[in-house]
Design a protein around this ligand. Structure first.
Ligand SMILES: [Zn+2]
Length: 463
């Protein structure tokens, strides 16, 4: 039986993770991510899928992030009706992220048409709709960590904890090929060791080939997020204003809540009013609490002690727009955690409009800020910020915390690689900017491993 692996995304770049495994007639897609960022990448989302989506026997997801799962509704639109195997937590988070992505696609198309692009081009069509995103959710089939499942004839999958976000996994794919199956290990996105809430990445199983994420292949994370957060809170309290955090609703918001509660409980910061103001964060937090199979020992200990690990003592989860607006009336020291994480949209915009002109405010950036976003402008010292069509003066102090990251740095990746029972015959470096990919491949080769950086569309034999 001929079997192969094709790199259909996240090859030479960080988004659009899609890897096609073929075993004889069976086709299985590992991750179904959207391309994000520059336009030439996003246009790939519109290109016909290299094989008819209806011909895919199954999809396996390593986690729910849009750059790994966001193309599922697109596959549905093009006729895919197979099963999508993923952990139970990934299924729950995808239930929030995919419909939200569909809403954004529809919104973008509406904006494009309003701006009059339709004069020169046919009406902008959303990539997919919220209804299509909801429809594809019924294909999601839970697969527990450590459970081996044949997802197509000649293709079996086992997931192990990756520690990146709730539900994240590495995927060992055993592909029928000759006398012995070929074992291909996909790292997915690797997380951190010792991070709050989630278990550390599990040791890697033995594999013949490894498809390795390299996001921070050329970097080390500096500093402890918890200590930096403590410092920022204390300084903000001294200024007597709001500590406003644009934060991703899934993952980062829960980490910040965990650390704030912990700092309060240990008396390292005073108890402050904390407002969580993002509908998705409000929905994601109970999902984070519910999936005990993902939690580390400290979370288990807190539950056993009857604590609420993601709830600082004076926390308000704002659901309705009215509750959100009421936060504007809060004077004095408080913490406001709101999405989106790069201030490209969402409720954080009205908080910025209200708080930026106040010199007592601290804006705390706790996540990656892509060039061109409002978060990036703030990070780079903008004197004013355009919000709701007006230039709002920035008198607030802006602080960046570098310590929060959901991705392993080069040292943590090396630690995970050291858990492999023996070096794989081949390592394919993916999911990184060119510098990070080259650095990782060079480091692996220096250690005597066979490592390459595949190009978009490359295909290799498995067998
Ligand atoms: Zn991810």
């Amino acid at each position: 039986m001929h079997s192969s692996l094709r790199f259909l995304g996240a090859a030479g770049t960080v988004t659009g993770s899609r890897h096609l495994v073929t075993a004889g007639d069976a086709r299985v897609l590992l991750d179904a991510g959207l391309f994000q960022g520059p336009k030439e990448l996003r246009l790939r989302n519109r290109a016909p899928f290299p094989v008819p989506p209806a011909s895919l026997a199954a999809v396996v997801l390593t986690h729910a992030h849009i750059d790994h799962a966001g193309a599922l509704p697109l596959l549905w639109r093009q006729g895919f009706r197979g099963r999508v195997h993923c952990t139970p937590a990934t299924r729950d988070l995808a239930g929030l992220l995919l419909p939200d992505s569909g809403r954004l696609q529809e919104e973008e198309a509406r904006w494009a048409n309003k701006r009059g692009y339709s004069k020169h081009a046919p009406n902008a069509e959303p990539l997919y709709t919220e209804a299509e995103a909801v429809a594809v959710l019924r294909l999601l089939t839970p697969l527990s960590y450590g459970e081996r499942r044949e997802v197509a004839p000649g293709v079996a999958v086992t997931l192990h904890r990756a520690g990146h976000i709730l539900g994240s996994a590495t995927a060992l794919v055993e592909v029928a090929s000759g006398a012995l199956p070929r074992r291909v290990l996909f790292s997915g996105d690797l997380g951190r060791y010792g991070a709050p809430i989630l278990s550390d990445p599990e040791p890697a199983p033995e594999a013949d080939d490894l498809v390795l994420e390299c996001t921070y292949g050329d970097r080390r994370h500096a500093g402890s997020a918890r200590d930096e957060l403590k410092q920022a809170v204390l300084e903000s309290v001294a200024r007597g204003g709001a500590l406003l955090m644009p934060a991703f609703a899934i993952g980062r918001t829960q980490e910040v809540l965990f650390d704030l509660r912990d700092l309060e409980a240990r008396g390292e910061i005073p108890v402050l009013p904390v407002f969580v103001d993002s509908p998705m964060a409000v929905d994601a937090t109970p999902i984070y609490l519910a999936h005990r199979e993902d939690h580390d020992g400290e979370m288990a200990r807190l539950f056993a002690a009857g604590e609420e690990p993601l709830r600082p003592a004076n926390t308000t989860f704002a659901l309705s727009p009215e509750q959100s607006k009421r936060i504007n009336e809060v004077a004095g020291a408080c913490v406001i955690i709101s999405a989106s994480g790069m201030a490209t949209g969402g409720r954080v915009l009205h908080h910025l409009a209200r708080r930026l002109p106040d010199e007592r405010t601290t804006v705390l950036l706790v996540g990656y800020q892509a060039a061109g976003t409002r978060g990036w402008s703030l990070q780079h010292g903008a004197a004013t910020l355009r919000l709701y069509g007006e230039e709002v003066p920035v008198r607030a102090r802006v602080v960046t915390i570098a310590g929060f990251s959901a991705h392993a740095d080069s040292g943590e990746a090396a630690r995970w690689l050291a858990t492999l029972p023996r070096p794989p015959s081949r390592v394919f470096c993916v999911h990184g900017e060119p510098g990070a990919l080259a650095a990782t491949a060079a480091r692996l080769r220096a250690g005597g491993w066979e490592a390459t950086v595949p190009r978009h569309g490359d295909e290799v034999d498995l067998g």
